[in-house]
Write a protein of this length. Structure first.
Length: 259
């Protein structure tokens, strides 16, 4: 099976602190892969390594067959990697549609001369961009909130808007950092629908960090577990749920239960 992401012996150190320690993993094309672990396990640091916020101290990261270990974050976005954040980073004073438009790669490269000489062509291009962004809002269920200010959206809807903004960059791999945080059960059902649509209908691979074990077990094709920066387990949800190392990492003893 095709590997969309290959991480080999990746470590990152901050002074004497080893935040990620020789992690090796693959993400197969078409799978929803979840990354879990106790607080401080190194999950967000690992996301920052994949997206180029941090550069690894050791190891390599390969995406779509190309070594991206030293590639800058903006270059990785153009190459097809997008992410959301644990803390929502929308521009609250902009509308829902405007938050999507600013992420669209064709929205910010309009040239002065073509705009003056070929106004109809440019207007047509703008309409196409808007239609594409409106389609993304439809996918996440926000098509009726186009003109709402982002700050006025309920919390769960803001998280869906962040996902739509990530999709606007036209990614092949979308990293979701705790997408269900703060959502109620109904909102998480909608989130599950959106993620499955992204993978099944849009052919975009998804890598998730999440603490809600019920959500993780229901959405994931495969799960990898970090503890103190090291990969301690990987497998199908049922395998992870009964893995002694995972139980020990989360609870110290006892059984690993869904939240």
């Amino acid at each position: 099976m095709e590997k969309v992401l290959q991480v080999r012996d990746v470590s990152v150190r901050f002074g004497g602190l080893v935040a990620v320690d020789q992690v090796t993993l693959d993400q197969e094309k078409g799978e929803i892969l979840s990354l879990i672990g106790p607080n401080g396990a190194g999950k967000t640091t690992f996301f920052n390594l994949i997206t180029g916020v941090y550069k690894p101290t050791d190891g390599t990261i390969v995406f779509k067959g190309q070594d991206i270990t030293t590639m800058k974050a903006a270059e990785r976005t153009r190459f097809g990697i997008a992410r959301t954040f644990q803390n929502i980073r929308l521009i609250g004073s902009m509308t829902v549609l405007e938050n999507i438009l600013i992420a669209h790669p064709d929205c910010n490269n309009e040239k002065l001369v073509p705009s003056v000489l070929f106004p109809r062509k440019q207007q047509k291009k703008r309409r196409v961009i808007i239609e594409q962004c409106e389609e993304l809002l439809k996918i996440v269920g926000l098509e009726d909130m186009t003109n709402e200010l982002a700050l006025n959206l309920p919390y769960g809807k803001q998280r869906l808007l962040e996902i739509a903004r990530g999709l606007a960059t036209n990614p092949q791999l979308l990293l979701l950092d705790e997408p269900g945080a703060g959502m109620n059960s109904f909102e998480k059902e909608e989130l599950t629908r959106v993620i499955r649509h992204i993978t099944e209908k849009m052919d975009i691979d998804v890598l998730i960090i999440e603490h809600d074990m019920k959500f993780v077990m229901g959405i994931s094709d495969r799960i990898v577990v970090l503890d103190h920066g090291s990969l301690i387990a990987e497998g199908k949800p049922a395998e992870i749920q009964t893995n002694p190392k995972v139980i020990e990492a989360y609870l110290g003893s006892g059984t690993f239960e869904e939240e």
